[in-house]
Write a protein that binds this ligand. Structure first.
Ligand SMILES: Nc1ncnc2c1ncn2[C@@H]1O[C@H](COP(=O)(O)OP(=O)(O)OP(=O)(O)O)[C@@H](O)[C@H]1O
Ligand SMILES: [Zn+2]
Length: 570
C-alpha cells in the first residue's frame, strides 16, 4: 500500500469560489484522492481556506464585518459548498489557525538562524489620505511588465509577474482611490531566496516528469532578469501571523504580520496538525517529517498556474532553508485557466458561475463531469453553456444514463428485478471483456499520471463500449428467439453497471453511489481481472431500477442560465 499526501491550493477567503478556481485546484485533487483511495492506498487529502492578507481585510470592510468574524463565516460557507461538490478532504483547515501561527513563526526563527532572513529598511508607499502604508492589494496600478492597468501591488493578474507595490506605474490606493501617495521609510523582514537559488534549481532539475507548465514557470522565475529575488515577507497589517512575538530573534516589527504567501503554504503542514487535533487522525508527523515516517509518502500538489512560483520556489525555499527534515513536494500538477464565455472568471468582478450558484441549478456530478472532462491542462479552456449542455446530454444522459436505464428496465419487464440466470457468454462477450480490459488499464495509467482529460475520455469510451455491446447484442430482439441468451446478455450488462459505478466514482461520486445502491451491492472493489469483476452480481441477485440518473439540459434551461449568468454578481 502506497501513501499519498495530496493538497489542493488553498482557496482564498474573500468570497465564494468560481468554477475556474474549482477546476484549477480542488476538483482534480479530489479526483486523484478518490482514485488513490479506490486503489486501496492510504491517502491524506488536505485543503484549507487562505485567510490572511489585504483582500480579506478589504472584503471584510466591504461586508461591514470584523475580519476575524468575516473569515470564520466564509470558512463555514466554503466548507459547506465543498461538501456539496463532494470534495473529499480529510480535513478542511484554516490558515488563521493557532497551529499555523505557531508553525509559521517557528519557520521564521529557523530561517533567521540559518541566515536566510534579514531585516531591511525600505521605502514604501504611504497614503496620507488613508493614514497608512499600502501593502500589496491596497495599491493598484499599471503593470511595468505588460501594461495591464489593474495590476495589483503583489502580482499582475495578466502576466503573472510578481510585483512590489513600488513597481507599479500610476499607483492608486484601493481604499480611497487616492493618488497622492508618498514614499516613507519603514523596516521589513526579507527572505533571502537568492541564496537558495542553486539549491532550488538543483532540486527542480531532479524532479521527474513534472508538467512543462510547472517547470517552465519555475525556471522563468529562477533565471529571468537578475534571477530569483529576495522577497519581503512582512506587511503593515493587523490581520495575519504577527511578525513580532515572544522569542522572535529580531526587534521592531511591531504592528507587522507575515506576508500571506509566507504563511499560506505552511498551512499545508499545519492543516495536518489541525486534522489530528480535531480527532480525525493520530499522527501528522508521519506525513510531513521524513525523520518520522514520511520518507515513503508521495506528495502531490494541485494548483492553477498563478500559484506555481510560490510552490516551486517560495515554499521549497522555506522548507530547504529551514534545514529541517520536512517532506518536499514530489509532483506539482498545475493548470491553465478556465475562462467564462468569452472572458475571464473573476471573483472581484463577480464574473462567471460561482460554486454556490452552480449547485443551485444542477447536482454536483454534472459540473464535476464537465469541468474535469474539459480541464484546462495543455492550454486555457472555455466554459460555454452550449458546450456544457452538449457534453452533459451526450456523455451523462445519452451514454451512461441511457445504458443503465435500458438495461435495468428491460430486465424488470422481461425477467424481474433480479439478475437473470441462464445462457452463457460467447464471442461477443469475450470481445467486450477484452476491450474493457485494455481500456481499464489505460484509464488507470491516465489517472496515475493525472492526465485528467485523457482519463475522462477513457472513461467515456468505457461507457460507450457498453452501449455498443447492447446495440449489437440487442437483447430485446434476442429475447424473442432465445430468452436464455438474452438473460446472459442482461446479466453481463447489469454487472457492467456495477463496474461503471466503481470506475466512475472518482468523477461522479453521487451517481456512482446511486448505482451501487440500485445494484444492491457493497462490492466497490477496483477491478483486477475483468471477467471476475463482471461476475460480482450472480444470477438471482436483487437489484432495483434507479431513478432517472441524469436529466438532459433543455434548450430553455440553457438560455435561461445564459441570461441569468451573463451579468455581474453583486
Ligand atoms: N480561471 C481559473 N482557472 C483555473 N484555475 C484558476 C482560475 N483562477 C484561479 N485559479 C486557481 O484557483 C485556485 C484558488 O485560487 P484563489 O482562491 O487564490 O483565487 P485567485 O487565484 O485569487 O482567483 P480569483 O481572483 O479569480 O478568485 C488557485 O490554485 C488558482 O491558481
Ligand atoms: Zn503584467
Amino acid at each position: 500500500m502506497a501513501r499519498h499526501l495530496i493538497t489542493s491550493a488553498i482557496p482564498y477567503i474573500n468570497g465564494i469560489k468560481h468554477l475556474g478556481n474549482l477546476v484549477g485546484s480542488q476538483l482534480p485533487a479530489d479526483l486523484f484522492a478518490r482514485y488513490q483511495r479506490a486503489r486501496g492506498h492510504e491517502v491524506l487529502f488536505l485543503c484549507a481556506t487562505d485567510e490572511h492578507g489585504t483582500p480579506a481585510e478589504l472584503a471584510a470592510a466591504k461586508a461591514g464585518q470584523d475580519v476575524a468574524d468575516y473569515c470564520a463565516e466564509m470558512h463555514l460557507t466554503q466548507a459547506q459548498i465543498a461538501e456539496g461538490f463532494g470534495l473529499s478532504f480529510d480535513h478542511f483547515g484554516r490558515s488563521s489557525s493557532p497551529q499555523n501561527h505557531a508553525l509559521t513563526q517557528a519557520f521564521a526563527i529557523r530561517l533567521y538562524e540559518a541566515g536566510l532572513i534579514e531585516e531591511r529598511a525600505e521605502t514604501q508607499m504611504y497614503s496620507p489620505t488613508d493614514g497608512r502604508f499600502l501593502p500589496d492589494r491596497y495599491i493598484e496600478g499599471t503593470c511595468p511588465n505588460c501594461g495591464f492597468e489593474s495590476a495589483r501591488g503583489d502580482q499582475c493578474d495578466n502576466c503573472t509577474k510578481q510585483l512590489d507595490p513600488v513597481d507599479l506605474i500610476n499607483p492608486r490606493s484601493t481604499v480611497s482611490g487616492a493618488t497622492d501617495l508618498e514614499m516613507r521609510e519603514t523596516k521589513h523582514l526579507y527572505l533571502l531566496q537568492s541564496k537558495l537559488k542553486d539549491q532550488l534549481e538543483e532540486w527542480i532539475d531532479t524532479r521527474e516528469g513534472w508538467p512543462v507548465l510547472t517547470t517552465s514557470i519555475a525556471k522563468k522565475w529562477l533565471n529571468d532578469g537578475d534571477g530569483l529575488q529576495d522577497r519581503g515577507i512582512t506587511r503593515d497589517l493587523n490581520w495575519g501571523v504577527p511578525a513580532q512575538f515572544d522569542g522572535a530573534p529580531w526587534q521592531g516589527m511591531d504592528g507587522k504580520v507575515f506576508y500571506v504567501w509566507f504563511d499560506a503554504p505552511i498551512e499545508y503542514i499545519a492543516c495536518a496538525k489541525e486534522w489530528v487535533e480535531a480527532g480525525k487522525g493520530d499522527d501528522w508527523e508521519r506525513w510531513w517529517r521524513t525523520d518520522k515516517g514520511a520518507d515513503d509518502v508521495t506528495y502531490t500538489q494541485f494548483m492553477g498556474k498563478d500559484n506555481v512560483p510560490f510552490h516551486t520556489l517560495s515554499f521549497p525555499a522555506t522548507i530547504l532553508g529551514s534545514g529541517e527534515p520536512w517532506k518536499l513536494v514530489d509532483y506539482i500538477k498545475s493548470f491553465n485557466y478556465l475562462n467564462y464565455d468569452g472572458g475571464q472568471f473573476s471573483t472581484s468582478r463577480g464574473r462567471g458561475v460561482f460554486m454556490d450558484q452552480a449547485l443551485e441549478i444542477l447536482p454536483a456530478d454534472y459540473w464535476r463531469w464537465w469541468l474535469l472532462s474539459h480541464a484546462p491542462e495543455s492550454s486555457d479552456a472555455e466554459f460555454t453553456w452550449e458546450n456544457f449542455q452538449t457534453s452533459v446530454n451526450k456523455d451523462l444522459a445519452d451514454v451512461l444514463g441511457n445504458f443503465v436505464s435500458r438495461v435495468t428496465k428491460f430486465c424488470r419487464s422481461k425477467f424481474s428485478e433480479e439478475v437473470p440466470s441462464g445462457g452463457s457468454y460467447g464471442a461477443r462477450e469475450t470481445a467486450l471483456m477484452d476491450e474493457l480490459a485494455t481500456r481499464i488499464r489505460a484509464y488507470e495509467g491516465f489517472m496515475e499520471s493525472m492526465d485528467v482529460r485523457k482519463s475522462a475520455q477513457e472513461l467515456r469510451a468505457i461507457w460507450s463500449a457498453g452501449n455498443e455491446y447492447l446495440q449489437e447484442a440487442a437483447p430485446w430482439a434476442t429475447f424473442k428467439e432465445d430468452p436464455d441468451a438474452a438473460a446472459a446478455q442482461i446479466r453481463l450488462a447489469l454487472n457492467l453497471i456495477r463496474l461503471y459505478a466503481v470506475l466512475s466514482a472518482p468523477f461522479i461520486p453521487t451517481a456512482s453511489a446511486q448505482l451501487f445502491s440500485s445494484m444492491n451491492t457493497l462490492d466497490t472493489a477496483w477491478p483486477g481481472d475483468v471477467a471476475e469483476a463482471l461476475s460480482a452480481l450472480p444470477a438471482g441477485h436483487d437489484f432495483s431500477v434507479p431513478e432517472n440518473l441524469f436529466s438532459k439540459i433543455t434548450d430553455e434551461q440553457r438560455e435561461d442560465w445564459q441570461t441569468r449568468f451573463a451579468g455581474i454578481r453583486s
